[in-house]
Ligand binder design. Structure first.
Ligand code: SAM
Length: 251
């Protein structure tokens, strides 16, 4: 059978396409792509002409069986999305799962991914982070999603669309407080790459005064809630100190 290659493509800068990604795309028989026109342009830029199969969230179940049939016929398939790493807020999960359960090798060709690029340069803790994709589009649902993550101590990472980003930052201010530290990575790897960082209110002001402020693509990162140094551990500390203070007095 064939192999399914999961190939990362650039998130804005074509030079980020790895030589191995290029070689893989050149070698496979079929390319499964989110938007065949968009990916067709990438392939023709590379001088490649490949059979393309469209793979969207809404047709993924149907297309998965067609792609499994390609693998069964011994043909290699590359899975790509419009930008970045497939399956990361993009289609591909059903195909990868089915290919694996049918016993075909699935091999990643790693590369750009907006959330990793954003985190790597944000200056927020990265030892633990929680990527939650896109927040809900509707305000009430978005606010309750933020509320449910309010006491999470890991760094929070979200994708956000340009027409919602200002509303979303306002919701962060309202729900998590204006003093929470956030970083917004905008147009990463592109001409207008910008990182806005600071408290929510500082970032809001910076975006409002920047003429490009809310244009482009965004990754929103929120510093996790400060771990409870609160009652329990403070209590333990006090007891410790008390015992040490009392020790010399004890018989
Ligand atoms: N699979 C992609 C990846 O690996 O990052 C993400 C796909 S998701 C449908 C698209 C979202 O990713 C955008 O709305 C934006 O939040 C984020 N994104 C993609 N490219 C970006 C860039 N160059 N700068 C900032 N955010 C980006």
């Amino acid at each position: 059978g064939g192999t399914l290659y999961v190939v990362a493509t650039p998130i804005g800068n074509l030079d980020d396409l790895s030589p191995r990604a290029t070689r893989t795309l050149a070698r496979v028989d079929v390319v499964a792509a989110e938007d065949t026109r968009h990916s067709g342009r990438l392939l023709s830029h590379l001088g490649l002409h490949k059979r393309l199969i469209a793979l969207h969230d809404h047709n993924e179940k149907d297309r998965a069986s067609a792609l499994i049939a390609e693998l069964a016929a011994g043909r290699d398939v590359a899975l790509i999305s419009d930008a970045g790493t497939p399956l990361i807020s993009d289609p591909g999960y059903v195909v990868v799962r089915e290919a694996r359960s049918a016993g075909y090798p699935v091999s990643p060709i790693p590369g750009p991914c907006a959330l990793v690029a954003a985190l790597s340069a944000a200056g927020l803790p990265t030892d633990r982070f929680l990527f939650a994709g896109f927040l809900p589009a509707k305000r009430a649902a978005r606010r309750s999603a933020l509320e449910s993550l309010g006491s999470e101590t890991a760094t929070l990472v979200f994708y956000e669309s340009p027409h919602r980003v200002l509303d979303c930052v306002q919701d962060v201010a309202d729900i998590l407080g204006p003093d929470r530290e956030i970083v917004l990575g905008r147009e990463i790897t592109k001409t207008f790459e910008t990182f806005y960082s600071g408290t929510v209110s500082v970032v809001q002001e910076a975006m409002e005064t920047d003429p490009h402020g809310s244009r482009g693509e965004f990754v929103l990162m929120i510093r996790g809630a400060q771990a409870e140094t609160g009652k329990e551990s403070a209590g333990e500390l006090d007891a410790d100190r008390l015992i040490r203070a009392l020790l010399p007095e004890l018989p």
